[in-house]
Design a protein around this ligand. Structure first.
Ligand code: PLP
Length: 461
């Protein structure tokens, strides 16, 4: 039976403003649609299983071998094997270092991709899968609204990918100079629009474009973080790390610094596919809605979200919480309203969550450097601190792997202040000054945006 995808909102029959989508779609449809018509998130109706032997065979093999195993498990019905092989080869052409920091405790650095963020892993594979499922002879046009980092990961991921053009909208006054430079100079098939407005205005423009019938012919698609096509690639590195490091079939602990919970969800699926995960540790920053829920059983989003130094995790209601609730038998919607609580005992068995303050985060960066000469940036430090909070509750010795989700050189001020060090930028972020390219300026009026799209987007390949 091929895997089909259903909506997390399918059971919300008597909720105002929601018409539940009760059908199922293929992976390709879920990939191109992004989310279900009822604003629910797509979920696979079966989770493919891997044997421990399959996993152990990946030891010493390149990352793309693990990627192919996972891709085949989910996608073999919908894509030819040759296509999947090419997709993973092209997506993963950079290293994935596993550093032993202390006995049996590792940092996995997911910061070697083109934008030095773990988001490269998901965005690159999704881009290449999309290129392979567009209508024959036609182009796809991706629209992305960004407030900074996600936009460049998505833009870089699609750069040079056949049959797809990307238009990125960002608020002129809300992105840093470095972010603007990174976005405007991607070039090739990626164009930026600098919008005279706020991030919300950018999001609204994109939303309106999707529902405008004059623009239908352009095959408009989103590439946002709730797309299942971005979750699937995030299953891979857990299996990869385990295969490289585990002895026999021992269990491993993963610590995943969490914001919208897409990264941690990858680990949850990996465990359900058969990976021996002892515990999924999900530390958050001071946006503590989830750790409080795990402690009390009551969920209340943090609104507005709190501004912490691990700024990619400043999320007051994680978009992928709906998928976690669904996997444990509950339902929560897009705005944070709980319709059915999940099985809390079962969640506690598999997941540990804790809130880490900015003060703890800074101390962790200092201590890890002092004790082990290992440099973490603030997101990875939340992960490390969370892991040690977990060890306080479960002291037995196990293989543990903490994810570092960004390169420390992306946060020069913080690292300089805490460690007195200047870290060289990775190749991909060097020479930014010499890169060329510029944004097109538009107002936040939809007609202005629509005119731009009609004049500039292409329909045919
Ligand atoms: C996006 C991001 C996170 C959080 O990942 P989620 O999948 O949203 O939980 C953590 N660290 C960095 C550097 C990020 O960019």
């Amino acid at each position: 039976m091929p895997i089909r995808y259903y909506s997390t909102n399918r059971n919300l029959k008597n909720v105002a403003g929601i018409t539940p989508f009760t059908g199922k779609v293929s992976f390709k449809e879920a990939l191109l649609k992004g989310q279900a018509s009822d604003e629910g998130l797509f979920m696979p109706d079966t989770i493919p299983q891997l044997s421990i032997k399959d996993i152990q065979k990946l030891k010493g093999k390149p990352y793309s071998d693990t990627a192919l195993l996972v891709a085949k498990a989910f996608l073999a019905d919908e894509f030819p094997l040759e296509t999947l092989k090419k997709v993973v080869k092209d997506s993963y052409n950079y290293p994935v270092p596993l550093e032993e920091v202390k006995f049996k405790t590792y940092v996995m650095r997911l910061d070697q991709g083109p934008t030095a963020s773990f988001k490269d892993f998901a965005a690159r594979m999704m881009a290449r899968l999309m290129s392979n499922c567009r209508p024959k002879g036609e182009r796809l046009n991706i629209l992305v609204a960004t407030s900074g980092d996600t936009g460049s990961a998505v833009g870089e991921a699609f750069k040079g990918v056949g049959g797809i053009d990307v238009t990125i909208l960002y608020p002129t006054t809300e992105v840093s100079n470095m972010q603007k430079k990174q976005l405007d100079t991607i070039g090739s098939n990626v164009q930026t629009l600098s919008v005279d407005g706020k991030f919300d205005d950018c999001q609204n423009l994109v939303k309106q474009a999707f529902s405008d019938s004059d623009l239908e012919k352009f095959n408009l698609t989103s590439a946002n973080s709730i797309n299942f096509g971005r979750i699937l690639p995030q299953i891979i590195y857990y299996i990869y790390a385990y295969a490289q490091l585990a002895e026999k079939d021992e269990q491993a602990i993963f610590s995943v610094p969490s914001g919208n919970f897409g990264d941690a969800l990858g680990c949850e699926y990996a465990r359900r596919m058969g990976l021996p995960v002892a515990k999924l540790v999900m530390p958050t920053n001071e946006n503590d809605e989830f750790p409080i829920f795990m402690a009390t059983g009551n969920y209340k989003k943090v609104s507005p979200s709190r501004a912490c130094i691990s700024n990619a995790m400043n999320v007051g209601h994680p978009s992928n919480l709906a998928r976690f609730f669904e996997l444990y038998g509950g339902t929560v919607d897009r705005v944070g309203q709980v319709h059915k609580y999940p099985n809390l005992e079962e969640m506690r068995q598999h997941i540990f969550s804790v809130s880490i303050t900015d003060k703890q985060t800074r101390e962790t960066i200092k201590n890890v450097y002092k004790d082990y000469h290992v440099i973490l940036e603030q997101h990875g430090a939340v992960g490390w601190a969370g892991l040690f909070e977990y060890f306080k509750t479960a002291p037995e010795e196990k293989l543990a792997i903490c994810l570092e989700t960004a390169h420390p050189a992306k946060f020069p001020e913080e690292i300089q202040k805490l460690l007195g060090l200047t870290i060289p930028l990775p190749e991909s972020l060097k020479n930014l000054d010499q890169r060329k390219g510029s944004a097109v300026s538009i107002t936040s009026d939809f007609n202005d945006f629509k005119k731009y799209l009609q004049k500039n987007l292409k329909i045919k390949e």
